[in-house]
Design a protein around this ligand. Structure first.
Ligand SMILES: Cc1cc2nc3c(=O)[nH]c(=O)nc-3n(C[C@H](O)[C@H](O)[C@H](O)COP(=O)(O)OP(=O)(O)OC[C@H]3O[C@@H](n4cnc5c(N)ncnc54)[C@H](O)[C@@H]3O)c2cc1C
Length: 376
């Protein structure tokens, strides 16, 4: 089959690799002159990424730090610490993307850099070249072109804009925080400090209004003063919208373009890679793509949506209460031995261990419904 893949991010390059190594004719379009730039990501993933076997060597090479501790803060600075059974890796995200694209090329995919796809319609893909716009025909078109996906316009038509993405801002600063992931669920939509190593950290905030102002305030508050930014980046984060389609004819959406993102943390690297495997299986074995990827990652993404809609209506006293309950030894142990990638696996155990969480969650759910929060 002749396959066009739009976007050489991790999802696009990985699916390009899968098709190319199965001897399909793959063209991978990337609008930037280089893969992996600009970086718009913290690059934190759980060690569940090791289950994506063909990328084991890539992860090993692009990893800049490993973290085994996380800390969640309440507004009073009361915090709970976790030892993470599932280690977290911090990736050099630009390099990570480049390595996957190289793997796709080595398997036979043609990478067209600096080539922006402008539209697709029933297999006809138009893209800009130095001499003008060209159109080519493909058997399969995959939109792995991120949150502002052009291909989503073909698949979703007028619904393409209905995913109300958040804005994320991040900077690298000189900071030694003891190699802990710090998570602040009450600053903006959420915010974080993620250590790159002993003396550098990535500090960021996601929000849906006044994001720049909130980011500046958060950084100043956390660092004691506005520090020198070693790097700065900004990006858009969509979230999972289960009612939206991910396929039209032989045109498919993948990764951020399909909203395969965790609404609690904005993490999209692992869900996108897992969905890439589902897409490869669906196309090569004539199976239903939506069924496959929703079975593999959709149930967990839905749970992340539910948790997000509860977190969004939390008030300061709710965060304090949550941190207090999570500090309980038995509750903490469940979280420490779970993978945040897959909340379906641990939420039930948590609720069974601490019934007060059920009552607390129900209260938040009621509040969320009354405030008409729409994450489903
Ligand atoms: C501030 C911030 C921090 C984040 N931190 C994390 C994190 O720590 N962990 C995590 O798992 N996720 C994180 N994410 C989310 C993560 O970056 C995305 O989920 C991930 O990049 C999605 O990969 P993708 O391949 O689907 O899309 P992308 O990485 O967005 O790749 C899309 C590619 O398509 C190209 N493209 C777009 N349009 C066209 C076109 N028309 N023609 C040709 N090429 C095109 C783009 O140039 C890009 O290379 C973060 C996001 C932000 C904004």
């Amino acid at each position: 089959m002749k396959i066009a893949i739009v976007g050489a991010g991790p999802s696009g390059s990985y699916v390009a690799y899968l098709f190319a190594q199965a001897d399909h004719e793959v063209v991978l379009f990337e609008e930037h002159p280089q893969v992996g730039t600009p970086v718009q990501c913290t690059g934190i993933v759980t060690s569940k990424i090791d289950a994506i076997l063909p990328l084991k060597d890539v992860v090993k090479e692009a990893k800049v730090n490993t973290i085994t501790k996380a800390r969640i803060y309440a507004p009073s600075k009361n915090a709970v610490d976790f030892e993470l059974k599932e280690k977290n890796y911090i990736l050099n995200r630009g390099y990570f993307d480049q390595l996957i694209a190289k793997k796709a090329q080595a398997a036979g995919a043609e990478l067209r850099l600096g080539t922006r796809v402008t539209s697709s319609h029933q297999g006809m893909v138009s893209f800009k070249t130095q001499t003008g716009v060209m159109t080519e025909r493909y058997d399969v078109v995959i939109g792995a072109d991120g949150p502002n996906s052009i291909i989503a316009k073909e698949v979703l038509a007028k619904h393409a804009r209905k995913r109300s993405p958040w804005g994320g801002l991040q900077a690298t600063v000189a900071c030694d925080n003891g190699n802990v992931v710090e998570f602040y669920p009450y600053w903006g939509t959420y915010s974080w400090v993620v250590p790159e190593g002993k003396c550098r950290a990535r500090i960021g905030l996601v929000g849906n209004k006044d994001t720049k102002k909130q980011f500046d305030e958060f950084v100043k508050w956390r660092m004691g003063a506005t520090p020198k930014f070693l790097t700065r980046e900004a990006g858009i984060i969509p979230y999972y919208a289960p009612h939206l389609s991910s396929k039209k004819g032989m045109t498919f959406l993948l990764g951020d373009a399909a909203g395969q993102v965790k609404a609690t943390t904005g993490g999209g690297i692992i869900p996108g890679l897992e969905a890439a495997e589902a897409l490869f299986e669906a196309v090569t074995e004539g199976k239903d793509y939506a069924c496959l990827w929703k079975k593999r990652v959709g149930r967990n993404l839905l749970m992340h949506n539910l948790m997000r809609s509860l977190l969004d209506v939390c008030k300061d006293k709710d965060y304090e209460y949550l941190v207090k309950i999570i500090k309980r030894k038995d509750v903490k142990a469940i979280i420490e031995h779970s993978d945040r990638e897959y909340p379906v696996q641990y939420l039930y155990r948590l609720l069974a261990k601490e019934p007060r969480l059920m009552l607390f969650g129900s209260g938040l759910l009621l509040r969320s419904i009354m405030q008409n929060k729409k994450l489903f």
